[in-house]
Every structure is written in structure tokens, then in C-alpha cells.
Design a protein around this ligand. Structure first.
Ligand SMILES: Nc1ncnc2c1ncn2[C@@H]1O[C@H](COP(=O)(O)OP(=O)(O)O)[C@@H](O)[C@H]1O
Ligand SMILES: [Mg+2]
Length: 280
């Protein structure tokens, strides 16, 4: 599959619906994402964020609708074509997905498995050029000195940085991140999002990240899309919104309890960690 970003569109979604039995996870969704955009998808748990992200690399086959990513018709794509798409699209998970008992460097190297012919076990089984590239990517996420430590000895924030370095080994043109900082403390969350933003800007990557921390999204995104019950209920440039407006998308029926972290402050308050806005 050759990456086709012609027309400047990275993602084109039309009428996307996904049902799981009687649950409609995505409901007739339309969304276009231009190349190079940093898009944050906001929404309560169960609003369809993961299903949307997973639809973009073919992990979730839609019930109806069109999904095109980097010029690939994801709905029609099979086998080799899907593997190639996933090679161009990095995926960052909430739970990092590292192999804890092997070294940080080997975890990073495993990101290059799509670029080499045979599975490799152990750092020395990889060609030297890839080992050097993996070290460079580790330096890029600020963890060069941790290369030979077991991955499970690192903090959560450090592990997510390793996962970012691993994704860079794919040389992706697009990154999908599904609540990448949901299991981190606020300080680590800000620093991981800041790092992701800087790298993606430097490499001109298109990024779609789900988040449920509104304050992080405000410091990070070009554009925000709010999901509720599988529908887009908000689509706005980040520069034209504020926390109070964004909190509206979390409001549910009267009488339902909102999670404590998502209550609306009386005065809009934007919490942006130092250095979070713009390239460092
Ligand atoms: N594999 C699945 N089987 C059945 N229901 C699912 C599955 N995946 C997601 N759902 C349902 O689809 C809805 C959207 O889920 P999800 O996309 O995971 O939301 P979010 O990521 O915003 O929390 C939820 O109601 C969820 O229970
Ligand atoms: Mg989810």
C-alpha cells in the first residue's frame, strides 16, 4: 500500500455506524481529518472513542459506512493491505503494551518488526542500523540512559515514552492514541502529551488522540471533537473553545451523577502545564 495523502486528507469517514448487538457504539458518523492535524476526541467512558480509533486501522469492522485512511479503503482492505496500513499508522494504548521483562531497548526495537523480514529475539538479533535508530528514538523521548533496564522497572510516564519511541520505529505518518495518559498522574500526563505533541509536530504527523482530561486537550489539540453516545456533538478548533463549553459534552440526563473529575467549574479555568503549549 502506498500512502496517499493527496488532497490533504488523512482520514475520511462517512456514515460510520458500529453496533455491538443492541448497542450502537458509533452512530452515522462523518469526520474528515486533514493531514498534519492534531485532533483530540473527547467523551465520557462508553461514548465510542475507542471504537472510533480502532475503526481507523481496521481493528473494528464497521456495521455500515465508509472509512478511508491515508488513501486506503479500510472497510474493503484485507490481509496484506491492512498490515501495511497498520505499519503506517502508529497506535498508542492506555496501558502502554510493553513487554515488562525485556529491556527498554528491545521494546523500542520491536516497533521495527514490520520493517524487517524475520521475527527477532534479543537486541543483538536486530541489524545495527536499527539498534542505532532505536537509541536515537530513546534519546528523543529522553530515556537514552534507561536503554538496558527492564521495561517494568520504569514509571508509568516513562513506559509511555518508551511506547512512543517504539511507535517511531515504525516511521508512521499518522498516530492514533487511545487515552494515552489515562493511567498517569497529572504531571506525567502533561509531560507525555507535551512530548507527543512536540514529536508529531517535528515529524509532521497526523494525530488523533482520545482523552478525557479536558484541560489537557485544551493545551494540546488543533481541533476537538466531542462524542456522546456514538454521535459527534461538538467539533471545534481548540482556539475557539474553553473548558466550560467542552464540559457540556459530558453533561448527561438530569439526575445522573457526573464523575468528579468532570464537573463544570463555575468559572472556566484552563489548566495548562508549563511548556504544554507549542513546541518545546
Ligand atoms: N467488543 C465489544 N462488544 C460489545 N460492546 C462493545 C464492544 N466494544 C465497545 N462496546 C460498547 O460500545 C460502546 C462504546 O465503547 P467504547 O468505544 O469503548 O467507548 P469509549 O472508548 O469512549 O469508552 C460502549 O457502550 C461499549 O460498551
Ligand atoms: Mg476507550
Amino acid at each position: 500500500m502506498s500512502v496517499n495523502q493527496s488532497g490533504g486528507t488523512a482520514v475520511h469517514i462517512k456514515g460510520l455506524t458500529k453496533s455491538f448487538g443492541s448497542t450502537t457504539a458509533l452512530d452515522n458518523l462523518d469526520l474528515d481529518v486533514p493531514v498534519g492535524q492534531m485532533l483530540v476526541v473527547l467523551g465520557l467512558s462508553g461514548s465510542g472513542k475507542s471504537t472510533l480509533l480502532r475503526s481507523l486501522n481496521g481493528l473494528v469492522p464497521p456495521s455500515a459506512g465508509q472509512v478511508e485512511v491515508l488513501g486506503c479503503d479500510v472497510v474493503a482492505a484485507r490481509g496484506k493491505e491492512l498490515r501495511e496500513l497498520r505499519h503506517h499508522v502508529g497506535f498508542i494504548f492506555q496501558q502502554f503494551g510493553l513487554v515488562g521483562r525485556v529491556t527498554v531497548l528491545e521494546n523500542v526495537l520491536s516497533g521495527a518488526l514490520g520493517r524487517i523480514r524475520f521475527p527477532r529475539f534479543g537486541v543483538l538479533a536486530y541489524p545495527k542500523r536499527l539498534r542505532l535508530e532505536a537509541m536515537e528514538n530513546l534519546e528523543r523521548v529522553g530515556l537514552g540512559e534507561k536503554a538496558f533496564q527492564r521495561a517494568d522497572t520504569l514509571s508509568g510516564g516513562q513506559q509511555q515514552r518508551v511506547a512512543i519511541a517504539r511507535t517511531l520505529m515504525q516511521r508512521p505518518v499518522m498516530v492514533l492514541a487511545d487515552e494515552p495518559v489515562a493511567s498517569l498522574d497529572p504531571e506525567s500526563s502533561a509531560s507525555v502529551m507535551n512530548l507527543l505533541l512536540r514529536i508529531c509536530q517535528e515529524d509532521h504527523l497526523t494525530v488523533i488522540s482520545s482523552l478525557h482530561q479536558v484541560e489537557l486537550a485544551l493545551g494540546w489539540a488543533d481541533r476537538m471533537v466531542g462524542l456522546r453516545d456514538g454521535k459527534i456533538v461538538l467539533d471545534t478548533p481548540a482556539s475557539e473553545t474553553n473548558q466550560a463549553t467542552l464540559m457540556e459534552i459530558y453533561r448527561r440526563g438530569v439526575g445522573e451523577v457526573e464523575p468528579a473529575s468532570m464537573t463544570v467549574n463555575s468559572a472556566p479555568k484552563v489548566l495548562v502545564a508549563p511548556g504544554l503549549v507549542g513546541p518545546a
